[in-house]
Unconditional design. Structure first.
Ligand SMILES: *Cc1c(COP(=O)(O)O)cnc(C)c1O
Length: 427
């Protein structure tokens, strides 16, 4: 069985399956539209009666092959690509939440997701309660309301590096009859497959490790097929009652385990249109072919860098779950025994200006907004993404003014450490 191949084999072989005489390498179907011989064939596609391609906003063979690969890597039943990680998280939630609904989200999620759920979706009538992911099960239960439709969290939070107790969150969601959506961007399916711990839907910003080369912004949504929408039919009418915009089909009845992704494609892609270009999906696929080689190397390098920084007299603190004294070490050992990711947070002793002088002294490590690609890079939120905030405001937002986010790449680790070392000597 193909699904039994090991994950390294899936990185290379899953997705594009050429038939006799077809290209061995995934072709880029750079075409908006697809040709049919008669009008009836095309009509069946519009009725969702037959499978096939007609317009790239809905589906494209290059995009679908890459979505199929990520679906196999995560161990899901259906998946789709989106134009960005932001679009993936938006669709994942909006597919099951509408005006008047509520969801619960970890307060450590990526800033973009925090804004999306806390501000933008609020304008659409969807309310979000942000919770401390480390709170007890009993405490977290208090956040639920009768109209709660989903729980959302990140496997490893960006940039605070908080590791999620996935089993606790899955139980919490399921005990209240709603699915758990997990953004698995930082761990990747190489280090953690949230479905194995009870998550129902996984999202990705493929812009990070999956692409791995910082070439293409993209996202993905994968469904485990495990959540029983019909058992909670009153909560999810969009999936369990007729869709008038598709001649009254009922997604759960017609598509079974593929209901959630089919609805997201047929309704949300149709109406909102955040598709990736086939060219970007092709680039993502090239990245995925070496994901299983790159991720362990990122972790190995990051572990050595974290140990170096942790032992340095000019370093105030290091937050990396691979360090034995880290608050999240035990959770990381349970969910990600082979390593977490290449990203860590740390601070040098001194003030905001000391951090700036340290960064300006770096030669190999570059200052960029991106994280989680092949090149080692660093960002100081207080000077960059959050520069309009005072130290007090930063602390309120849970970001230490001295916090630097270091994303360790796959260069030779000795060169990375030597660069950090000379910059530390300069302060
Ligand atoms: C970057 C990121 C996103 C947003 O993804 P884009 O591809 O930049 O839109 C969402 N979640 C996490 C965890 C991220 O790191």
């Amino acid at each position: 069985m193909e699904n039994d191949y090991r994950i390294e084999t899936k990185c290379i072989q899953s997705g594009w399956k050429p038939k006799c005489g077809e290209p061995r390498v995934l072709p880029i179907y750079q075409s908006t539209t697809f040709k049919y011989d008669d009008s009836d064939q095309m009509g069946k596609l519009f009725d969702l009666e037959a499978e096939g391609y007609f317009y790239t906003r809905l589906q494209n063979p290059t995009n679908d092959a890459v979505a199929a690969k990520i679906t196999e890597l995560e161990g899901g039943v259906a998946g789709m690509l989106t134009s960005s990680g932001q679009a993936a998280n938006y669709y994942a939630v909006f597919n099951i939440c509408e005006a008047g609904d509520h969801l619960i989200c970890s307060n450590t999620v990526y800033g973009g997701t925090f804004n999306l759920l806390g501000t933008t979706m609020k304008k659409q009538g969807i309310e979000c309660t942000f919770v401390n992911p480390d709170a007890s099960y009993e405490e977290l239960c208090k956040a639920f309301r009768p109209n709660t439709k989903a729980v959302f969290a990140e496997t490893i939070a960006n940039p605070s590096i908080v590791v999620l107790d996935i089993e606790k969150f899955a139980k919490l969601a399921h005990d209240h009859g709603v699915p758990l959506i997990v953004d698995n961007t930082f761990a990747t399916p190489i280090n953690c497959r949230p479905f194995e711990w009870g998550a129902d839907i996984v999202t990705h910003s493929t812009s990070k490790y999956m692409d791995g080369h910082a070439m293409a912004v993209g996202g993905a949504i994968i469904d485990s097929g495990n959540f029983d929408w019909e058992a909670h039919a009153d909560k999810f009418p969009g999936l369990t009652t007729p869709d008038e915009s598709y001649h009254g089909i009922i997604y759960t009845q017609k598509f079974g385990k593929a209901a959630y992704i089919t609805k997201a494609t047929a309704q949300l892609m149709r109406d909102l249109g955040s598709i990736p270009s086939p060219m970007n999906a092709f680039l993502l696929n090239v990245g995925l072919e070496t994901l299983h080689l790159r991720v362990p190397r990122h972790c190995e390098n990051a572990q050595k860098v974290a140990e170096f920084l942790n032992g340095h007299e000019k370093v105030a603190w290091v937050n990396y779950a691979g360090l034995p004294d880290n608050q999240y070490h035990a959770l990381a050992q349970k969910y990600m025994p082979n390593g977490t990711c290449g990203v860590m947070a740390f601070a040098v002793k001194g003030d905001r200006d000391t951090a700036v002088r340290f960064m300006d002294s770096l030669k190999l490590v570059s200052i960029v907004t991106h994280v989680a690609d092949a090149r080692t890079c660093i960002l100081h939120p207080a000077s960059h993404t959050h520069r309009q905030m005072t130290d007090e405001q930063l602390k309120e937002a849970g970001i230490a003014p001295d916090l630097m986010r270091l994303s360790v790449g796959i260069e030779n680790v000795d060169d990375i450490i030597e660069d950090l070392s000379q910059a530390l000597a300069a302060i």
